[in-house]
Structure formats: C-alpha cells, structure tokens
Design a protein. Sequence first.
Length: 476
Amino acid sequence: MTVRTRFAPSPTGRLHLGNVRAAAFNWLLARQKGGAFILRIEDTDVARNVAGGEAAIIEDLKWLRLDWDEGPDIGGPHGPYRQSERDASYGRAVERLAASGAAYHCFCTEQELEEDAEEFGEGRTAQRYSGRCRALDRAERVRRVEAGERHVIRFAVPDGTTSVEIHDEIFGAISFPTSDIDDFVLRRSDGRVTYNFAVVVDDIEMEISHVVRGVGHLSNTPKQALLFDAFGVPRPVFGHLPTVLGPDGKKLSKRLGATAVTELRGQGYPPDAVLNYLSLLGWSHPEEKEVLTRSELVASIGLDRVGRSDTQLDLEKLRWVSAQHLATESLAGLASHVRPFVAVESFPAATANLEAVVDTLRTRLSTYGDINAHLGLLYPPEGESMEKRKALGADPAVRKVLEAVRDRLAGAPAWEAAALDQAVRGAGADAGAKGALLFHPVRVLLIGSEKGPDLGKILAAIGRGEALRRFGQALG
C-alpha cells in the first residue's frame, strides 16, 4: 500500500502550533514510508474564510519545510485541491449514494424537524431526525423533486446495526452506538454539501491511506466510517492525536492567543527546531531522545508511540530545543541565519565582522532573534564606557597592564581569537600580571564588566580598529 497522508486546513488565519502539529505528523509519516503528502484546502465555509488565508498557510508550511507532493498551488492527478472547486465530485458522489439506497431525499420543514425533536424527549440531541422521509417510495420522491420542492439529502444509517466499530492507531478499538447517530445530512437544501461528506469524498478520490488529525475530530469518525462503507471502499487508517493545551492548561485556539507559526518565525526560531518540538507533543522517541534532526524524526516517527493523554505547550522547552539546534549549526550557517535579525540601527558595527560576533555570543542564543539582547555586551553605551576606561587609565598599576596589552595587540599579525588570546597572555608576562590582575581590567575596558566571553573572542568580534580605540580612551 502506498502511504498517502493529507493536511486539510481551513483558510481562516495563520497556522498555530496546535493545528500545524497534525501537518508535521502527516509529513513525517509520508516521508518515512516513501509516500505522498497532500495539501488540501477546506474553504467551503465562506463566512469564516479570511483574505489571504490560503497564502498564509502555504507560507507557514514552506517555512517549516513541510513540502507537499500535490496541492492547490502545484496541482496533481487527484485535483482540484480546494473544496470550493470540487462541487462536481460531490454531486456525482451524492447521487451515487441516493441511487444505491444509501441516501435519500428529505422534504421535512423546519417546523416538522422541531416537532420531531420534541417527540424524542429529554436526553436526545436537539433536531435529531425521526426518519419520516426515509419511508417515502421512490416515485413520490421523484415527483416532489421534479416539482421543485425544497429538500436535503440524508444518509440512511444502516438498519440492524447497533454500533460503529473503529480501530484507531492511537486510541485502539472504539465503539460508537448507532442510537447516537441519526440520518445525517449530506447535501443541504441550497446545494452545499456537509463537512463529513465532503471529507470522505475527497479522501476517497485522493486515495488517502492514513487520516491523522487531532482528537477533536474523533466524534466525526463514525459518520465518516459509515460513508466509506457505503461507497464500498476500505476505510483509511485512523489516528487521532491528543489535544494540545496552552501553558495555562486550556485548549489552544486563535481566539485564546495560541502561538502562531509566523510569530515563531519572527522571533528567529529555526524551522527544524520547531518541527522537532512539534513531534514531542504527544510522541516520544524509542530511545527517549529529545533533540532530533529532521532525518532522525523521519526515521523514528510512528503512531505507536503517541500517548492518549492531552499534552501541554511548554514554550521554555521549545526555547531549549531551539538552543540545542543552534548549538549544532556551523558558525557560517548560524551567522547567515542571525544576520537578518540584527538591529543595524542600534548596532551598526555588528555586521562588519558578524561571524566573530556570533562566535562570541552563540552560547547565549536560543533563537536567531536573541542576538540583539546580547549585542549590548560587545557594544555597551559609549558615555558610561568612556568613564570606566578613563578610570582604569588613571590607576598606575592597571595602566601598566593595559599599555602592555595595547602594544601587543597593535603588533598582532593576525586578528583572530586564539592569536589574540595569546597576545593578551604575552602582555601579561611583559607587565608581570596574570589571572584576575590581567584579565579583569582588560575585560572592563572592552565591555564594562569583569565577567564575560573569552578576551580573544571579544577582540576578534569588535575588530582591530575598535579595540585600539577603546584602549586609546583609557590611555590617551
């Protein structure tokens, strides 16, 4: 069996971590099995769609590098990939069920439906359908349809069955009593099809083998299973991921301020770190590893290790995972990723020698965007720094050390961290100073603090001209 998974968002806004988690699992499973990942846009709820919603979804998925093999922007053999363009498919499918007797025309008015709901009494779902039109003979149905009488088409829940049995790859065997499932509507009186019907038609025509989605969709599964059976096709493999709760323990939603993927991008999280973290929401690695590359995730992901309990978003854990990913990047790669985030107006000199700057600060970074919070260490406020430097130069013992360091640096053949560190130590020998008597005054002169990164890295980061300028403020 060729594994074909899908992600089917509605274009109602930016993706947040809760809903893009489903996309991540589907993408990983498809890539692991050498299958196909399909992007489908469920845009039939026009009232909820937002301008640019589809483009925003595509942008977010591309940033996460969750590439798809078929979709609305690239096409494919099973299109269209927008539900709003699939009316012809839905029309053929609903007529097929009606012709087979698995669905029927219902002419009940709103008043009749309300009366039926009252007859069912307490404990029943409001508007539960009594099935009164199910008994109409075919000739009467044809006559009333041809007369233009307003109607819907309902699914005929099979007689003689007491339950719908589902196997879920995460939750196991689940039984849904058919007494809780009335003859549900497939096509409304205005011609629009319902969600459950459209999803099944789409999944059949797109040959979806695995339906992996949030557990909130579990209640839809018995109706969808009945529809797969009525069409005479095998049900897909179902897997319902546990709910992702916010840090406050409440369900994530756009309305309640769930973290959007675009926010993480703006803060400078690497996409591989976000994918890594999303995989940990409900799933665990066989060896309990938490920091995983994209290829490691593809190799190890599986629904068999997804738990059933709700999982909670932990933004501090996300920052930790991100920091581990940054730590493995090459210096050149990390500097190129950091560059767009540098606030050049505040730190104009930082980009001149950015690799050295990043090398000095990289252990302090959890995201690329963190760079600005730490650039002040290398570029402290000038007024306050100048006063500290003049005070250092006024102390004869300290001045002797600083002069020795300046002279060594002025003659340094290579402005590179290791060589500069050796130059400082050599100056200490020249001045008869070592340890704190050597390093503290030099570090205070350079960054205003006795503690901080290695002196060689600081000097390499700020550059020869700036370093000697700061020494000049202390020594005149």
